[in-house]
Design a protein around this ligand. Structure first.
Ligand code: FAD
Length: 334
């Protein structure tokens, strides 16, 4: 091991790729890592990319802020399986001892992060909504909702390293790529044979395409105030006219009016559209944590005291069954 390594605070970001497609949360995390690095003297931002024949993805990591990328290449890493990924990344962590390690709270990231934390003997703050450097201690301050979203807890990891955190897609802003940025690719040897992996892929059955509301630029969301599933056709018409997607609050999903993949909030998705229209949604804190990052929020509610108006850019006090058709006519120029 290089003698200088323990003295350089390394901020690591896990680059998640499947079938050669990088999940955008990886770039969101690199943006956050750069901001943290500015407050952590002498620190460097580095990325970890496991996979098979994925070296061509490295330049993107440089563009989003990594100074160095550790490329772990082995055929056993071609598809995601917990064991080879956890072993490969944990070995690297033990060797280089990063200060901070950030992973996307995706299905893959949630599965992997806990395994790595266990293997390297550290803690994990899951589902963070904010990351900063604690000025007094120069350590990571990882904030996440707790007690059903009613309290925000800031967690400091004083003793164990790395300080690990997962963050959901869209919680953090997407940084602008720097097209000319370059960095160093470090190829990491990893010995594992297919015979050593107990989980085999026998066949690939693709899930039905899920609506990806997380990256929609316009969202028209309906709440319990819709009164039933029928009204969602109206929201779909407005969403189509605006080139957007329909989403929902949790009671709507619980009632079976909408699929769970469209739920926004603490136990649903986090979204960050340019325009979020909240129709018949009261604005409970558990809903707001999933959509307050929208550029413009238009709230439509019959109750002038509904909490959604506190965070809305624009509000219309009125019956959504009158307001939405008027909006559709306006948008369609009728
Ligand atoms: P309501 O709070 O019932 O609001 C309905 C609104 O519609 C009211 O403000 C009413 O004035 C208005 N309205 C009624 N009729 C009309 C009309 N004709 N026109 C216009 N407005 C009308 N919630 C989420 O959304 N997402 C989550 O991920 C989530 N996770 C949770 C996790 C936990 C641990 C807990 C405890 C709760 C969670 N919740 C979540 C639930 C959350 O607390 C609220 O109960 C929920 O967000 C309320 O949904 P709503 O605004 O659609 O319904």
């Amino acid at each position: 091991m290089n003698a200088e390594q323990p003295t350089i605070p390394r901020i690591w970001v896990f680059v998640e790729q499947q079938e050669h497609q990088v999940h955008p949360v990886s770039w969101e995390l690199l943006g956050a890592a750069k901001r943290l690095s500015a407050d952590l003297p002498g620190s460097v931002v580095e990325a970890v990319l496991p996979g098979h024949q994925v070296a061509d993805l490295a330049p993107q990591a440089f563009q989003y802020g990594a100074a160095r990328i550790y490329l772990i290449d082995n055929p056993v890493l071609e598809i995601y399986r917990n064991l080879p990924y956890a072993v490969a990344v944990s070995q690297l962590v033990k060797e280089h001892r990063p200060e901070i390690f950030l992973i996307g709270a995706t299905t893959l990231g949630r599965d992997l992060a806990g395994s790595i934390a266990t293997r390297v003997g550290t803690g994990l703050t899951a589902d963070c909504t904010e990351l900063s450097i604690d000025p007094a201690n120069h350590i990571l301050a990882a904030t996440r909702p707790t007690f059903g979203g009613n309290l925000m807890a800031t967690i400091l990891c004083r003793r164990h390293r790395p300080q690990m955190a997962t963050v959901r897609p869209r919680v953090l802003p997407m940084p602008d790529p720097a097209p000319d940025a370059t960095g160093e690719v470090v190829t990491v040897p990893f010995d594992m044979r297919e015979e050593d992996v107990p989980v085999k892929r026998l066949r690939l059955i693709r899930a039905e395409e899920q609506p990806n509301i997380e990256y929609a630029e316009v969202i028209v969301a309906g709440g319990r105030g819709m009164g039933g599933p029928e009204g969602f056709a109206l929201l779909q018409e407005l969403a189509d006219a605006l080139g957007g997607m329909v989403a929902a609050s949790r009671p709507v999903v619980d009632a079976g009016w909408m699929d769970a993949s469209r739920q926004v909030g603490q136990t649903g998705k986090t979204v960050r559209p340019k325009l979020y229209i909240a129709a018949g949604i009261s604005g409970a804190v558990q809903h707001r944590v999933g959509m307050s990052g929208a550029d413009v929020i238009l709230a439509i509610n019959t109750d002038p005291n509904a909490p959604i108006f506190q965070i809305a850019t624009m509000g219309i006090v009125g019956d959504l069954y009158e307001v939405i058709p008027a909006l559709i006519r306006q948008v369609k120029g009728q």
